[in-house]
Design a binder for this molecule. Structure first.
Ligand SMILES: Nc1nc2c(ncn2[C@@H]2O[C@H](COP(=O)(O)OP(=O)(O)OP(=O)(O)O)[C@@H](O)[C@H]2O)c(=O)[nH]1
Ligand SMILES: [Mg+2]
Length: 325
């Protein structure tokens, strides 16, 4: 039987939610994840009508919907440098996930899964500390409802700006409210630090080798989570009463340049520009120079509860061997 799952992406403005989502299908297609390649997952964007097909007759009007282009539009916007998500609504993208290879627990054979992934502007759920951001009440209520109804929540945070982040207070309060909320369906919560490739910007062609080492990711997570005042609050969610499994991971929507193995940022361009060859537009341009890295991790874990070499539990974060200091 197909199982339907809702996953909410939450995190501050410019955290990388939309980029993670836009690069997700490519990450799965290119096997740029930390799961065993023998898992052979496949992820494909689908129409709203297909998502609801089992329960209801698709309405005629749906056939004329331009919704099919929504995910393509998101990918195009990302390829062109990214667009901030507006605060007027929350946006649902739907996918079919299948696992075509070896999956560890027998239960996994139940697929395919139909995923509804909710993207929204960061200012709605995690506005800057102390700021008054005007958001329509019904948009807030819609997102709150979607969070309570979701099977998994993915919190996307920019790795490199944690110290001077202006949102850790609102994030802590959101986590508290989530912990206290009655009647939530939540089974899994994943914290993912985006823009992971930026850490390796000085390592040239060795960058990809280091990034592929899960021990480096674990070390990075321990280090950046030290500054996170909300970390212990999140632990309360894992208490037996709630039974939510929490994982930490890293990802990079830009990834690494295929040919050079270095972070996919062009050092000869001002600011942080991705490699781009003049005259190559859209899909072809990022086919050549852009490879997402680990953006599948939070979503596959959110959907299936399946760990990869790059998803870490509290127990793994806490286990301090030679790491201490
Ligand atoms: N270096 C680097 N930059 C990234 C990466 N992913 C996203 N960015 C940049 O980070 C910025 C924010 O990304 P978005 O995906 O729009 O963030 P968001 O969380 O959707 O933001 P809102 O919609 O405003 O809430 C954009 O300028 C992206 O180009 C990445 O993997 N590496
Ligand atoms: Mg966005």
């Amino acid at each position: 039987m197909t199982e339907k799952l809702t996953i909410c992406l939450i995190g501050p403005k410019k955290g990388g939610k939309s980029s993670l989502l836009a690069s997700l299908v490519d990450c799965v297609a290119q096997s740029a994840f930390g799961y065993s390649p023998r898992l052979r997952p496949a992820l494909q964007p689908i129409l709203e009508t297909e998502f609801y097909a089992e329960n209801t007759e698709p309405r005629k009007a749906d056939l004329l919907n331009v919704e099919q282009g929504d995910y393509e539009r998101l990918r195009r916007e990302f390829a062109e440098g990214g667009v901030a998500t507006d605060t007027l609504d929350t946006y649902e993208y739907r996918f079919r996930l299948t696992v075509n290879g070896e999956a560890p627990p027998a239960a996994l054979l139940r697929g395919p899964w139909l995923l509804e992934i909710v993207d929204s502007a960061g200012e709605i759920a995690v506005p800057p500390d102390g700021a008054e951001v005007a958001i329509l009440n019904d948009v807030k209520a819609k997102l709150a409802g979607q969070m309570l109804d979701s099977d998994a929540i993915v919190i996307v945070l920019p790795l490199v700006r944690l110290e001077d982040s202006g949102w850790s207070g609102t994030l802590a309060r959101l986590i508290d409210r989530l912990t206290l909320a009655q009647g939530k369906k939540l089974k899994r919560l994943i914290v993912v630090f985006s823009q992971y490739e930026r850490l390796f910007a000085r390592l040239g062609p060795s960058a990809f080798t280091y990034a592929c080492d899960p021990a480096v990711a674990l070390h990075t997570l321990r280090k950046s989570l030290r500054a996170a005042q909300w970390l212990d609050r999140l632990r309360a969610l894992e208490a037996p009463r709630d039974g939510v499994s929490v994982r930490f991971t890293v990802c990079s929507a830009y990834g690494f340049a295929k040919r050079f193995q270095n972070p996919n940022i062009d050092p000869h361009q001002p600011g942080e520009r991705r490699f781009r060859r003049a005259g190559l537009e859209g899909a072809r341009a990022y086919g050549e120079y852009w490879r997402p890295f680990l953006t599948a991790e939070p979503i596959i874990y959110a959907a299936l509860g399946l760990d990869s070499a790059f998803t870490f539990s509290y127990a793994q974060l806490d286990a301090r061997g030679e790491e201490a200091a």
